[in-house]
Design a protein around this ligand. Sequence first.
Ligand SMILES: [Fe+2]
Ligand SMILES: [Fe+2]
Length: 337
Amino acid sequence: MASTLKSVQKSQYIHQFKDKEEVSSSFIIKYSALGMGKNGKPFLNLVLMDSSGEIEARIWEDAARHSGHAVRDAIVLVHGRVQSYQGRLQVVVNGLEVLREDQVVLADYLPKARVDSDALYGVLLEKVATMQDPHYRALAEAVLKDDAEIAGLLKRAPAAKAMHHAYPGGLLEHIVSITRVLDFLGVHYAAQQGERVNRDLLFLGGFFHDIAKIWELSFEKTTDYTLEGKLVGHLVMGVELIDRKIRWLESQPGRLPAPFPEHKKLLVKHLVLAHHGKLEYGSPVMPQTLEALIVHYIDDLDSKVNQIGEFIAQDAAPGDWTLLNKHHGRYFYKGGS
Ligand SMILES: [Fe+2]
Ligand SMILES: [Fe+2]
C-alpha cells in the first residue's frame, strides 16, 4: 500500500542559519534531555543535526510532553526562530512534528563521509604486509584482513561521539593517520634505540588502540555509546578482541609458526590498555614500554590536531581569534601564517 504521507523536502540547512532567522525545516535529533529552568519549569534541550552541521535548540513550552517523542534519532519538522545566545546560535522551537523515515532522504540529515574509506583501508593493509614478525603480522591479518565484519564497521565508524574525528570514516582516518606517523617514528627511533623500539608493535598499537570503538559506539544514524561501550569500554574490549583472535589463530593449522608467545601477547595488550596514558584518563596501566609511550603520545597528538582544527574551521567569531575553547581553556589564533 502506498504511503499517504507526503515526502518532505529539506529546505534550510544549519550552516546557513543567521540570527533571528525563521526556521521551518526538518532535522534529525542528535541529543535530547529535559532541563529545569530557573523558574522551576522544565524545558527541553535538543541538539538538531543535518548533513551541514548541528545546532542547539530549546523547547520552553510543553517540554515534558515533547520529551516523549523528540528523542535521539527521531526526524522532526521544526518551526521556530534562530537566536544568538552567549555568542552561539540556537533555535527556539515553537512547534515540532515527528516525521517518518520514509518521508525523507536520510542522507540529508547525516554527516557526509569525508574520506575514501576503501582507499584508506588499502593503506592499512599495505602497512600490514610490511610487518616482519610472523606472530604480530598474523594477528594484524586476522583482525584487519580476514574479518569482514570488522572491515565493514571500520570503514563507517566515527572515532568519537563529539571530541575528534566524529564523522563516518573518522576512526579509520585516525588509525591510518597515526599509523603513518608511527611508520616514520619506527624507523627514526629504531636508528637511535635499536631493538628497544619494534616497528611491528608500533603498528599494532596504531591499528588496535581504538579498534573496539566499532562496538563501543553505535553509529547507524547519530552516534552514541552502546551498552557494552558504557559498561566495558574500548580498552578492555580491544584486549578481548586480541585474546579472541590469538585463540582463533592457534586453532588454524599453518597460520602461526609456533604458539603465540605469552610475552608478545602481553606486549600487544599493553599497547591498548596504556594508550590513554594515565589512570585518570581511563587507562588501567601507564605506558611501560617505549612502543606504548610513543603510541600514547601520537594518539593524543592526532586527536588534538583534528579536534582543534575542527574547532577553528567551525568558529564563527569575527577577527583573528576564535571564541574561548572551554575544553582546552584558551583562544586559538586563526589569522593565518
Ligand atoms: Fe582510546
Ligand atoms: Fe585514538
